[in-house]
Ligand binder design. Structure first.
Ligand code: TYC
Length: 119
């Protein structure tokens, strides 16, 4: 198996010498903490043709919801036109969208699913 090259640790702050006097040093401020990654919500969109039961099963299967929660989400989408099925990192959200679209295509339903950054 290929090994990845060692990752260089972030540079430590360089000690700054006081202009005169004793040997005391002052450490410069560390760089700002890394921001948490942008998260993405996966939304399903309503349509007039996909059966409610199919949507419920898809939400259970790909978003790990129990049947009752999946039914509530499906009904929200049915009534509001769209609804959040889950929130994930960008790559996981994109995979969920692909999984839903593949399952819908395979079953012959027009179900649509998208991901968008959480504001
Ligand atoms: N509106 C569909 C119907 O009445 C049900 C449905 C719900 C379809 C949610 C898509 O994302 C959806 N059969």
């Amino acid at each position: 198996m290929a090994t990845s090259p060692p990752v260089k640790p972030p540079a430590l702050p360089s000690p700054v010498r006081q202009p005169e006097g004793d040997e005391s040093v002052v450490l410069e401020r560390l760089p700002k903490k890394t921001e948490p990654p942008q998260m993405y919500q996966v939304l399903m969109l309503n349509d007039d043709y996909t059966p409610m039961e199919f949507v419920v099963v898809v939400i259970q299967e790909f978003f790990g919801k129990d049947r009752e929660t999946a039914t509530q989400i499906m009904l929200k989408i049915h009534l509001d036109g769209r609804g959040v099925c889950g929130v994930y990192s960008r790559d996981v959200a994109a995979t969920k969208v692909d999984q839903v679209l593949d399952a819908a295509r395979e079953a012959g339903h027009p179900l649509q699913c998208v991901s968008e950054p959480v504001s």
